[in-house]
Design a protein around this ligand. Sequence first.
Ligand code: CAA
Length: 294
Amino acid sequence: MAYFCLNASKIAVSFLANQSHSARFAAYRLASTAPSYQHIVVDKQGAKTNVGVITLNRPKALNALCDALMREVSDALDDLEKDKDVGAVIITGSEKAFAAGADIKEMQNNTFAGVYGGNFLSHWNRVAQCKKPVIAAVNGYALGGGCELAMMCDIILAGENARFGQPEIAIGTIPGAGGTQRLIRSIGKSKAMEMCLTGLPITAQEAEKLGLVSRVCAPKELVSEAVKMGEKIASHSKLIVAMCKESVNQAYETTLQEGLLFEKRTFHTTFATSDRKEGMTAFAEKRSPNFTDS
Ligand code: CAA
């Protein structure tokens, strides 16, 4: 398994916490004997190195999401999910492109029989199935599959230069990784329909106004803002965070009454955990909680 950054030594990790992003990548490569990924870079950031960061790294193709890249993202998520220290994950790209969509050149000669038979793109859903919170930090283009990848994440932070769009219609196809479904749940029918049918992108500022993104940041500060958010989430009980994420996500899948029941039962279930007891005891004793993720 190519998971070089998380296998790097603790010493390297704490040393690297103070380095620039690119210096960190380079040094991680040196610090590890494990093989690196081809299309992504994975590291752990934050003062406690408890935020996993997956950086899409196919600059010549504007991070077009070829099959190999998305398989690497799945593998990285598998590993970050297993890593007990990691409390949140960030997926980001470059300042020019989060991702310009599925790889059109790779898809160009696909046939109906092939994509239907192989259930093409179904494995992308791994991102939406991650139990840990995933934050998309989007600078530049998030088009087609790039916009869909961002929407598979739990929270989207956008750089001021971000552009979100579903331009598939212009190349004779339709969104195939959730665009027609997640967009409508996020920004409503009229705007989702406009984006899918015209293929025209919206700006980061429009996306914030519509509720697609939670916050717009300066492009250079985007990843550090996402890491700060990841650290805040990681400071809570990982067990309770996972339960909370699952409950919020139920709102996408069920009726209100079913969702409310799911929430209530999940809330009740927190009373079976040590962390619920610790959190409330710490509040009453006016001290910080010491969560054990149990
Ligand atoms: N797939 C494959 N290659 C891509 C790509 C994509 N989605 N997007 C960009 N590239 C490649 C270009 O072919 C080009 O490669 P070469 O240098 O080898 O020619 C390189 O990235 C740089 O791209 P441009 O020269 O086009 O850069 P630009 O700054 O002029 O334009 C852009 C940027 C507006 C994003 C333009 O590249 C573009 O329109 N890309 C396609 C966007 C798109 O249609 N996305 C949807 C894909 S389909 C999909 O995602 C299906 C789904 O639902 C999962």
